[in-house]
Design a protein around this ligand. Structure first.
Ligand code: GLU
Ligand code: ZN
Length: 514
């Protein structure tokens, strides 16, 4: 890793609160957070709300809520408080605040004035129409359009108002070593004298970001590739102000499956929608880290054809903190895959402690009015977690544990047995179950007890109606597992219910045919 004169690692996420937290910003946050945590550094949240018209408090809140949902806590930045009084919360954590650009006007003003005083920036008086005319003239000459530099040579024309402040951009080659892309270089002669502020009170993004990165002692700027073209401009500004620029790293773009730019449909959905849809933050974090980073394959894996299959893809947060390596981030665009996200979600649900899953499921359990002791709920969760793709599948999948759904007695038939035969088989199961001790009502014990029955022939003849009797459904976990979770008493009750369902029919059956 490139050493930096600012010895402590200090990185930042600098979202603009002009919309909900998106996948791209969240991924940038994750990579910064992992890097900071690995390096014993600081992760800073800075709200870039200079665009007062488009910035909204509710978006700022949403961004913070989303980051915290993902477990990306910041060491410095605005304190998160939701739904408090409508007035802005000015509380910050950290010594380099305020951490909202809208509250840093005086700081930017000081530096803008310095650039103007040093003759490194100047007021531009050109109106929109004049700029357009200059542009047309350059294009007519076959030159790439850029600001002509007119006001650099004609300061303070009489009777005109300044329109913007421009940076006197030196014509030079800017080279830097990007943490991801390696050596990158730009010719600043292509930029023209760039606008750094509308006026002393209104700096633009590139200028404000440079000042903040310096004042907040940012050591590494890790952000999306869409900002790559801003980097040479920020380096020039930093140098003009006598700052040591930070180290830069640009993360690959996130692409749709056909390698086109990720469509609005994905890019514009709020990250918190994933929470609403039943995704675990652990899975979303895992998914995001793979959008640009891949673990190292061992040399033997590289030689084998099975590299892709054997490459680990499921990572816990702890594993990521160990394995993640900014130096292994890919340059090529990262392809978004919904099926990968779904698969990862299932994997994380499968391996999550029932206690922890219970905490995630609690809101929906409460909303649906299910009241059961936590120990029972945890057993149900353990029984169902392998079958869930999202947390939102839980109630549909596990509802029968809490309330046996009504079902038709036909469902109890395994193959072409008659209902009286089914009843006979269920009665045999019931007799066996009644002999299993209630204290040791466990899968293995129940299986052993049922063993002689399954040796009578097709085990489906017993296990199928047993499953249906317990769940009321054709698809469910193993009936032995359901029985264990339900306990002896409820298992017996449900078996009796199934038998009763058939008894009613049997009478009708004989009435009609006999
Ligand atoms: N406010 C910028 C954005 O949201 C941040 C760019 C940067 O990280 O410098 O894209
Ligand atoms: Zn001008």
């Amino acid at each position: 890793m490139t050493p930096h004169p600012k010895k402590t690692v200090r990185v930042r996420l600098a979202p603009s609160p002009t919309g909900p937290l998106h996948l791209g910003t969240a991924r940038t946050g994750l990579f910064n957070w992992l890097f900071a945590r690995q390096q014993g550094g600081k992760f800073i949240l800075r709200i870039e709300d200079t665009d007062q018209e488009r910035s909204e408090k509710r978006y700022e809140e949403g961004i913070m809520e989303g980051l915290l949902w993902l477990g990306l806590d910041w060491d410095e930045g605005p304190r998160f408080t939701k739904h408090e009084s409508r007035s802005m919360n000015h509380e910050y954590i950290g010594d380099y605040g305020p951490y909202r650009q809208s509250e840093r006007t005086e700081i930017y003003k000081k530096y803008l004035q310095k650039l103007l005083d040093d003759g490194r920036a100047y007021y531009c008086y050109c109106t929109k129409e004049e700029l357009e005319a200059q542009r047309q003239a350059m294009m007519a000459e076959g030159l790439p359009p850029k600001y002509s530099g007119h006001c650099r040579n004609h300061p303070e024309p009489k009777g005109k108002l300044p329109q913007v402040i421009r940076f006197l951009t030196p014509e030079t080659r800017i080279e830097f070593t990007d943490l991801v892309r390696g050596k990158v270089s730009f010719e600043s002669s292509l930029f023209g004298d760039m606008v750094v502020a509308k006026n002393l009170e209104t700096p633009l993004y590139n200028f404000a970001a440079v000042i903040d990165d310096e004042e907040m002692k940012i050591s590494h700027v890790i952000r999306g590739e869409d900002h790559l073209s801003n980097t040479p401009k920020q380096i020039l500004l930093a140098k003009a102000l006598g700052f040591e620029p930070p180290v830069f790293g640009h993360l690959p773009l996130i692409l749709a499956a056909d390698r086109s730019k990720l469509s609005k449909r994905y890019a514009d959905t709020s990250l918190l929608d994933y929470r609403e849809k039943g995704y675990l933050p652990e899975a979303v974090v895992n998914f995001m880290v793979l959008l640009g980073w891949h673990p190292k394959s061992s040399p033997s894996q590289i030689l084998s054809d099975k590299t892709r299959e054997s490459e680990q893809e499921v990572f816990s947060r702890e594993e990521l903190l160990k394995e993640f390596d900014l130096g292994r981030v890919q340059k090529a665009g990262a392809v978004f895959s919904q099926s990968k996200l779904d698969w990862l979600n299932g994997e994380h649900i499968k391996s999550m402690e029932p206690k922890k899953l219970y905490a995630y499921l609690k809101p929906q359990l409460e909303a649906s009015g299910i009241e059961a002791p936590p120990e029972f709920l945890e057993k149900v969760i353990a029984a169902e977690r392998e079958r869930l793709k999202t947390l939102n599948d839980f109630l549909t999948a596990a509802g029968f544990f809490f309330e046996l759904p009504d079902y038709e007695n036909k469902l109890l038939k395994w193959k072409d047995e008659t209902l009286p035969e089914v009843k006979m088989n269920l009665t045999k199961v019931l007799e066996v179950i009644e002999k299993v001790s209630a204290a040791n009502f466990e899968q293995e014990k129940i299986r052993d007890a049922l063993l002689p029955l399954s040796e009578l022939g097709d085990r489906g003849l017993f296990f199928w109606p047993f499953r249906v009797a317990l769940s009321g459904r054709a698809a469910s976990p193993d009936p032995l597992l359901i029985a264990e979770v339900l306990g002896k008493e409820e298992t017996i009750r449900r078996l009796n219910l199934a038998i009763e369902k058939i008894e009613g029919v049997r009478e009708n059956y004989y009435e009609q045919t006999g």
